[in-house]
Design a protein around this ligand. Structure first.
Ligand SMILES: [Zn+2]
Length: 206
């Protein structure tokens, strides 16, 4: 007896709907969800926001301009989201799945209030990989030669010094800046075995 198989088109549709639901739960705008899933905005509006009151509104982000003038804490959090996203892409995740998983992980590791919205994360990733909104790449993820953290920089940059590294600047300001202390509170040293388990789980989620 042959095993019955779900037609791939149904699979694709179900995956798109699940992705749409996940994005909406993370606060995505209808237009963003449309880009990520390929589903028509009118249909998304009807399915995800039937009352229309809860539809996220506001201007879409424009990250290539925004990032370089943003406050240090925003640049650090933007770098965290995109560097997690890039690692998941290298591990084989699709761009949309990597974005959703990276954004969830960012919300799990950074202390609220979270400065990067899902729409901002989408826009940063789009302008890093040249996806969805644009064919142009405006950012590269580079490694700081001093602290070895990965951060966002203008596309094609090579970090020769730590001058633009937001994490080195956070460390320099830590002792005197209460906002920085509140965003990165001192925590007991983590159990490395648990971190390894968490990373493995993250890579298995897709
Ligand atoms: Zn650094």
């Amino acid at each position: 007896m042959s095993e019955s198989r779900t037609p791939p088109r149904v699979d694709r549709q179900l995956r798109a709907l699940q992705l749409a639901k996940d994005c909406a739960a993370l606060g995505a705008r209808v237009k963003t969800i449309g880009h990520l899933t390929g589903l028509p905005p009118r249909e998304l509006l009807r399915m995800l926001f039937p009352d229309r009151y809860s539809v996220p509104r506001g201007r879409p982000p424009d990250s290539p301009e925004w990032y370089h003038g943003a406050n240090l804490l925003y640049r650090a959090e933007a770098s965290i989201v995109v560097s997690i996203y890039r690692r998941l892409r290298v591990a084989g995740f699709t761009a949309a799945d990597a974005l959703v998983t990276a954004y969830r992980h960012y919300r799990g590791v950074c202390v609220p209030p979270h400065r990067i919205s899902f729409d901002r994360a989408f826009d940063l990733v789009a302008h890093t990989d040249g996806l969805w909104l644009t064919g142009a790449q405006s950012f590269s993820v580079v490694a700081c030669p001093k602290c070895h953290s990965e951060f966002l920089a203008a596309f094609g940059s090579i970090a020769m010094s730590n001058d633009d590294c937001p994490f080195c600047k956070l460390v320099q300001r830590y002792a005197t800046d209460q906002r920085v202390q509140a965003s990165y509170p001192v925590r007991p040293l983590p159990d490395m075995a648990l971190i390894e388990l968490g990373t493995r789980r993250l890579l298995l989620q897709s």
